[in-house]
Design a protein around this ligand. Structure first.
Ligand code: ZN
Length: 216
């Protein structure tokens, strides 16, 4: 089935599905969180504000030009629209963004502590690093600017005193990073109680990023 409204196309359905998954994985509660995609024509599709992201319908998806002008959808775009637009503008390879407040990752964000991605092979390979973005008022242009700068070094970010952001080439890519970020924070916390996590060596991390290096 096809529908002329682009919100019904696969892009929109992938956002609706990801919202349900975030809730099912314990990464989302209440009305919090926002998800977006950069569409093939450069427009941005983002979830509306004030709706549950685990019960999204096509009517809850808003489409805007890259400059932020609303072209589809009657609702009001997410209050974190400026954050999403700043991240897309900072990095052309990013096509999907998830912002939410997962419990353990947000505990790190409010403690202003960064988990060490290099303690686990999977997070070392997929997250690379985790950035801590300084506190700015949620929804502000300053928050977007700081997050855009941090994106140069990390695909997963903790927003100080607030929550977490992950980006990807599509929404499932960003979702896997959000799951992994929460898991990494959980494991770092438990390992701290057990006397502290030991990081992989830089050679071990390099081998994970470039499996062929092992053969040389
Ligand atoms: Zn938030």
């Amino acid at each position: 089935l096809t529908h002329p409204d682009p919100r019904y196309e696969p892009s929109g359905l992938s956002l609706i599905h990801a919202g349900r998954q975030l809730r099912a994985y314990g990464l989302l509660s209440g009305l919090e969180g926002n998800l977006s995609l950069r569409l093939p024509n450069g427009d941005v599709m983002i979830t509306a504000t004030g709706v549950r992201k685990d019960r999204l319908t096509p009517a809850d998806l808003i489409i805007l030009s890259p400059a932020g002008e609303q072209t589809h959808g009657l609702g009001k775009p997410s209050s974190e629209l400026a954050l999403h637009l700043a991240l897309y503008s900072a990095e052309q390879t990013v096509s999907a963004i998830i912002h939410t407040h997962p419990p353990i990752a947000t505990a790190f964000a409010v403690a202003r502590r960064v988990p060490v991605a290099g303690i686990l092979a999977e997070s070392a390979a997929l997250l690379g690093g985790v950035a801590l973005v300084p506190y700015h008022e949620p929804g502000s242009g300053h928050l977007g600017q700081s997050a855009g700068e941090a994106l140069q070094s990390a695909r997963a970010q903790l927003l100080a005193g607030h929550g977490a952001v992950t980006v990807g080439v599509n929404i499932q890519d960003a979702l896997v990073r959000m799951e992994l970020l929460e898991k990494l924070c959980e494991i770092q916390l438990s390992a701290d109680i057990l006397g502290g996590a030991k990081s992989l060596t830089s050679d071990e991390v390099e081998a994970l990023r470039n499996p062929r290096a092992k053969l040389n």
